[in-house]
Design a protein around this ligand. Sequence first.
Ligand SMILES: *[C@@H]1O[C@H](CO)[C@@H](O)[C@H](O)[C@H]1NC(C)=O
Ligand SMILES: *[C@@H]1O[C@H](CO)[C@@H](O)[C@H](O)[C@H]1NC(C)=O
Length: 509
Amino acid sequence: MVLRCIASTCILLFYFVCGLPGLRCDAARADEDKLFIGRKSILRYKPAAASSLGKGPKKNLTLPEPTSYGYLDVNAEKGSAMYYMYYEAQEANSDDDDVPIVLWLQGGPGCSSFFGMLYINGPYFVNDDLTLRRNLGTWNRIYGMLFIEQPVGVGFSKRGTAVIPDNELSVAWDLYRALQSFFRNNAHLQSRPLIITGESYAGKYVPSISHFILQATARANGFEERLRHPRKLSDKVEAPLFHLGGLAIGNGFTDAETQTAVQAQVAWGMGLIDSVQLKVAEQLQDQVIELVRSREWRAARNMSDVLLAYIATSSGSATLEDVRRNTGYDSRNQVDAYLNSPHLRELLAPSGVPPASALPWVSCSSEVDHIMGHDVMKSVKNLVADLLDYMPVLLYQGQWDAECGVGSNDAWIHTLQWHGHGGFTAARREFWRVNGRIAGYWKSYSTLDVLVLRNLGHMVPHDNPLIGQLMLERWVEIAVRGLPYDRDAGVTPEEEEEYSNPDQAEHST
Ligand SMILES: *[C@@H]1O[C@H](CO)[C@@H](O)[C@H](O)[C@H]1NC(C)=O
Ligand SMILES: *[C@@H]1O[C@H](CO)[C@@H](O)[C@H](O)[C@H]1NC(C)=O
């Protein structure tokens, strides 16, 4: 892949000073002297010296070991608050004082980031006996990692007298307030770039919160009018206490119309339906698109569910999220069982979490899903176009997802009107090799990276923790920080074996 920015300052500069669509990093660098980022004076973080993750004894744990956890105020007057856990980087170069912090958002709508924390890319996976084992492929090997349960109404988060938000802008404002609370309580972390990541329906959350931060930053720095797709932000939105380094979305749902338009074809191409069933699916698909165009949002969502159910039923798929699987992801609800277990609840009680009898934890809230139901089919694609003017964006997809997979994302990405549209279309799609084999197809141009992961499904870091970790680290080091990265070239078969997730093999054979 192409190394676009030689120094991370380039991206920062681009972000704070330029704001002109089409302006490349090189052009911006000349203005470096004028750049002022006030946060640099704040207390520097000293990461722990490299500790060689995973070389120690592999004992099962009963409790997680977050660096900090608890409630973050959203709206103090109304008593709404989001629950979070933060894990400091497990190993980081000790002279690196700008270690990024990765925020992970789960989809749904209504699913909790703590599901991802214990099933996808956090430091642990849950065993059958509700002990924890370390996930060597965690995304917090060399970065801090933040999991926030959002929107309010999800997981341990508290609604108070506030309403559960029913649109992306309100969802983003609530999360923004929680992030402000986090960085206010942790002033020593304010200088470190925040990388916002998530999967599936977070294909809407991630652009929405990122754009909210961009717009708040632009307002505070006097370039709000340069955004092409600004939203109506309240006057009460404070200037951010932190800065955004970039965003990444896995198997995302971002632009309902273009993504729905290829749904039947994708299923046919994967062999899930034949050409007779394809006709039926295409008719359903056309109805969904009609409803989207006539802005009948709730009905469009319902019809989209009918389309997906038709494909799943016709093919006998346990889940369209990975058509190789014989069961849905976490079909035994181990994450729910763990987060309701007495020993875990004892740990959390002092931070204000009610007992499981009063607040059972569920991975996905059906109430939030229902309230957000009319928002599902609304596109946030234009927000991505704005974001690409200022910061790196990674869009990655596991290949065996028939719901929000490769074709589905390729369809909207190639219709995106952004400054690099022509260059991206013309760019070469490169092989990404890990341990000599092709792990994926990587296409980059300017601020956009698109990566397809071979042999993986909807939950890339769950399906192959090592590949998920290498992917994130490669993109963050090169595209966000402007640093070299070559760990993926030296992976051994033993490491591949050691990092693998037995759940994936168990449920796919
Ligand atoms: C950890 O738990 C798993 C699943 O319950 C079990 O198979 C494994 O033997 C345990 N490992 C240790 C070291 O106790
Ligand atoms: C969509 O489905 C929900 C849940 O089944 C139902 O309550 C609602 O009435 C449906 N709305 C439309 C417009 O079809």
